[in-house]
Design a protein around this ligand. Structure first.
Ligand code: GLN
Length: 543
């Protein structure tokens, strides 16, 4: 029997609903239950694929090629369960499906309405494509009271009623702020938020209250009284020093116990040793390295969420704290990279789009290559590495990417054709922007004897992609002559997936066309990040 936990948020946004959902899922898992996590997003975009990282943070890509909310990254990192297209939906997707059906006449003359058509579509989504999981945790994006969230709350209200108390639980995440002038924590915003939820017919079963300090017993009793709850169902969620401590902290506060109590379930105490071990390594590292991340969206770290986590995981594996120095690549268009990169033990250029800042990224690659600093290029960062070496090693002076406009040396060019599961995918310049990149998991064949073959210890790997351009294979021979090793290719050997410099030339220089950060997990750090941080540790002993 699959049970549903619906998670809503109140008072303010950014309380960490995604993390809370992921942490709860990991606790249920640690008690032996199987879990699936889903995110219902009320915004109108069909998916976050076309949104600016400044609007939305990172776009998380699943194995099956969905461009999804970054919370799905938390879900995967905390549970190890790979997310799918069927785990994230938006108002935009629901409406676009409904409108397409309406145009086909599939509603047989009915008036198409928010209730029941939109709410039914939301419920269908929540119920579909499951594998008999013990728990489905459905996070509702936004904050209670948002206009656009109303159909979602109505849908989960109906679903909760239909499933019954023994199969549905409503958990509400709120904030209990400390008001300095009064010297007190205040419960009123939580009371109001619960009222708002009750006004749409949802009565929360558990309140998870974010606070920056202990919520005194009597304040918790007050919240319980005003919100019709047992005091044990008012759980404090205190700020912690590492996100990986959240499952441990929730467990101490009794969250998983309370969830099981609601469902009348019993289970042995969870085994949380792996979380304890991870927290220990994150909070008590033996060494420290600094990685310079040269990108565009460095003012909003959510834009590089998975990347920052994967670097941390690389640190976990090497028992080192990874300090990230975020640098806006545009600076290098005017200033010497040395000014900003001195003292770093590794340089990483992450994924990116568009010409702005690209020459600064190329300058960063050159700096890393010439000064023998470990370099890791991801997607755009690989493409920029190839342009740098095409220009400065292979003598192709005008080497460019067709992403930046017409060029007579398209060393990086628009990908117009590729294979997916035996089908040929075709694209052209004037295609829609949304959902038309090379997306999702693709196999990649590694060449024996190369650095990456050794790092992965495998011949065939699968990694997630999200790009429209590729290193143009017609330049391969020229680049190889200049010393670039094409160490990973698509199985049909047409698309360059990984380039590297041999160990004799550089301590660690790897560029990958895919996004390895999306598959890194704290208890299963990605081999490329483990190896890159290891190289940075070695570097830190040299400088
Ligand atoms: N803009 C590049 C492309 O579309 C790289 C994309 C990325 O870094 N994810 O190919």
């Amino acid at each position: 029997m699959t049970r549903y936990i619906f998670i809503t948020g109140g008072v303010v946004s950014s309380l960490g609903k995604g993390l809370a959902s992921a942490a709860l899922a990991s606790l249920l898992q640690a008690r032996g239950f199987s879990v699936r996590l889903r995110k219902l997003d009320p915004y109108l975009n069909v998916d976050p694929g076309t949104m600016s990282p400044y609007q939305h943070g990172e776009v998380y890509v699943t194995d099956d090629g969905a461009e999804t909310d970054l919370d799905l990254g938390h879900y995967e990192r905390f549970t190890g369960v790979s997310a799918l297209q069927s785990d994230n939906v938006t108002t935009g997707r629901i409406y676009s499906d409904i409108l397409a059906k309406e145009r086909k006449g599939e509603y047989l003359g009915a008036t198409v309405q928010v209730v029941p058509h939109v709410t039914n579509a939301i419920k269908d989504f929540a119920l579909a494509d499951l594998n008999g999981e013990d728990f489905v945790i459905c996070e509702i994006g936004g904050t209670v009271g948002d206009i656009e969230g109303a159909p979602f709350l109505e849908a989960i209200r109906q679903l909760g009623y239909k499933l019954g108390r023994e199969r549905a639980l409503f958990l509400h995440l709120t904030l209990v702020p400390f008001i300095a002038a009064a010297g007190e924590l205040k419960t009123k915003p939580t009371q109001h938020s619960v009222k708002e939820l009750q006004s749409v017919g949802i009565h929360p079963d558990i309140l998870l209250c974010r606070a920056d300090r202990e919520i005194p017993e009597n304040e918790r009793a007050k919240i319980a009284l005003f919100c019709n709850l047992d005091q044990s169902a008012v759980i404090q969620a205190l700020d912690v020093d590492s996100i990986y401590r959240v499952p441990l902290s929730y467990h101490e506060e009794g969250l998983d116990r309370e969830v099981l109590r609601h469902f009348n379930l019993t289970s042995p105490e969870p085994d949380l040793t792996r979380w304890q071990e991870i927290v220990k390594r994150v909070t008590e590292p033996e060494g420290k390295v600094t990685i310079g991340v040269v990108g565009k969206y460095v003012n909003l770290l959510d834009a590089y969420k998975s990347l920052a986590e994967a670097l941390t995981h690389g640190g976990i594996a090497n028992n080192a704290k990874v300090e990230m120095r975020w640098i806006d690549s545009e600076i290098f268009e005017e200033e010497d990279p040395e000014l900003h990169l001195s003292g770093v033990h590794g340089i990483l250029v992450p994924g990116g789009f568009g010409e702005r800042g690209s020459s600064g990224k190329i300058a960063a690659v050159r700096h890393a290559r010439e000064r023998q600093i470990p370099y890791f290029g991801i997607c755009f960062g690989m493409q920029m590495a190839v342009l740098e070496m095409a220009r400065n090693l292979a003598g192709i002076e005008n080497a460019a990417s067709s992403e930046f406009g017409a060029t007579n040396q398209p060393v990086v060019g628009l990908m117009t054709e590729w294979e997916r599961d035996g089908d040929i995918q075709r694209r052209s310049d004037d295609d829609d922007l949304g959902g038309t990149m090379r997306l999702g998991a693709y196999d990649c064949k590694l060449s024996a004897g190369t650095r990456v073959a050794e790092i992965y210890g495998e011949e065939m790997i699968s990694e997630r992609h999200r790009h429209r351009y590729e290193v143009n294979p017609t330049y391969r021979a020229e680049l190889e002559k200049a010393g670039v090793v094409f160490s990973g290719l698509s199985p049909d050997e047409r698309l360059p997936e990984i380039i590297e410099l041999p160990e004799s030339e550089h301590p660690w220089f790897v560029g990958v066309q895919f996004h390895p950060e999306l598959k890194s997990r704290p208890f299963e750090p990605h081999p490329l990040f483990v190896s890159f941080i290891n190289a940075a540790v070695t570097q830190s002993r040299l400088v």
